[in-house]
Design a protein around this ligand. Structure first.
Ligand SMILES: CSC[C@@H](O)[C@@H](O)C(=O)COP(=O)(O)O
Length: 355
């Protein structure tokens, strides 16, 4: 995959102290602007306003956030709490944060050695997610070849799952890119993904950079696309997968799963093991983030499309039950059929199977 000109996230050490530099995803595709975090409140604000977003990248950002707090002498447990609670649905965020915090604590909980330990843990997580991305791309490409032996895939995706959301080439988008490189991608259908347009703004930006044959559609147009027989498979990412295989992902994923089931089209989820939360028994236990109503009532900040005072319903995610999921592709193997036992088996494989 073509590298982003500005990486989604990088650690830097200018003379005035370490910083976490983010590619401001709220300004894409118009400009590739950097957002520099010198402290934890700035990073929390960046997470909440979606400057940095997508499950694996949130975990990596959270871990670097702990390293930043440690390097700049803040109260690390308090910083970790603020970061972990910045967004509730993507399990990767809290996991990344507490992993770096544990490394900091194990190294004494104070001083330069502990700060170095937190940074080393953040870097390790970054590396692991990069490797996981490559492995998911390979396994996902093999799965597509099995599911769609005729080749020439017309794939539909929702939200944004590419290099902007992970240390590597992403999750579902990494599989799409592998298919494209193999000459098998006939069309990438990109759901615009209302209300914040991660598909239209970000996935289209990544697809254009890859010179993929892509087209953006209004979310509501997906039904007629399925009815016309124009979709061979749906590929999406995940923010949290419960122990029973229920998948929380960007709102609008569940209706796509229902459509795919109705039309007999495979519905494939691509997510690293770090997104599987085996402590959450089923989809009912997944906390869904409710975002401000103005994201729905305004077409862009300050541009309302509703009467003044209109109420809005704005859940950021929805939950797809396991019976609607054809397969979950992780870096340790493919879970299919999706059930509690198969998911547990694949997750408990050792990382050495990721070769
Ligand atoms: C790794 S991609 C999986 C998800 O994180 C992605 O599809 C998604 O829903 C992101 O939501 P966002 O609200 O933009 O952070």
């Amino acid at each position: 995959m073509a590298d982003l000109r500005v990486p989604a996230l990088r650690w830097a050490e200018p003379p005035h102290g370490p910083v976490l530099v983010l590619l401001d995803q709220t300004r894409l595709p118009a400009e590739e602007a950097e957002y520099v975090c010198t402290d934890v409140p700035a990073l929390v604000a960046a997470i909440q306003s979606l400057v940095v977003r997508g499950a694996p990248l949130l975990g990596i950002a959270g871990a670097y956030g702990v390293a930043l707090a440690a390097a700049r002498g803040y109260d690390v447990p308090e910083a970790a709490r603020l970061l972990a609670e910045a967004r509730p649905t993507a399990v990767n965020l809290a996991r990344g944060v507490w992993r770096a915090e544990a490394a900091h604590r194990a190294a004494g909980g104070d001083g330069p050695a502990a700060a170095e330990a937190a940074l080393a843990e953040a870097r390790a997580l970054h590396r692991e997610e990069t490797e996981a991305s490559d492995r998911m791309a390979a396994l996902g490409a093999e799965l597509l070849a099995e599911l769609l032996p005729g080749g020439g895939y017309r794939l539909l995706t929702h939200c944004n799952t590419g290099a902007l959301v992970s240390g590597g080439n992403g999750t579902a988008f990494a599989v799409v890119a592998a298919a494209h490189r193999a000459g098998e991608l006939r069309r990438l259908w990109v759901d615009e993904t209302r209300p914040l347009l991660q598909g239209a703004r970000l996935t289209a930006y990544e697809a254009a950079r890859e010179e993929m044959p892509y087209a953006v559609l209004a979310d509501a147009a997906a039904g007629s696309l399925f009815a016309a027989g124009e979709v061979d498979a749906v590929l999406i990412g995940a923010d949290r997968i419960a122990a029973d295989g229920s998948v929380a992902n960007k709102v609008g994923s569940y209706p796509l799963a229902v459509l795919a089931g109705h039309h007999g089209v495979p519905f494939v989820v691509v997510a690293p093991v770090s997104t599987v939360d085996r402590e959450t028994v089923d989809g009912r236990g997944i906390r869904i983030e409710e975002r401000p109503g103005h994201e729905v009532t305004e077409i862009r900040p300050g541009a309302p499309v509703t009467p003044v005072g209109a109420l809005a319903y704005n859940p950021a995610f929805d939950v797809t039950p396991p019976e609607l999921v054809t397969a979950i592709v992780t870096e340790r193997g493919v879970v299919s059929p999706v059930d509690r036992g198969n998911l547990a088996e694949v997750c408990s494989r050792s990382r050495s199977t990721e070769s």
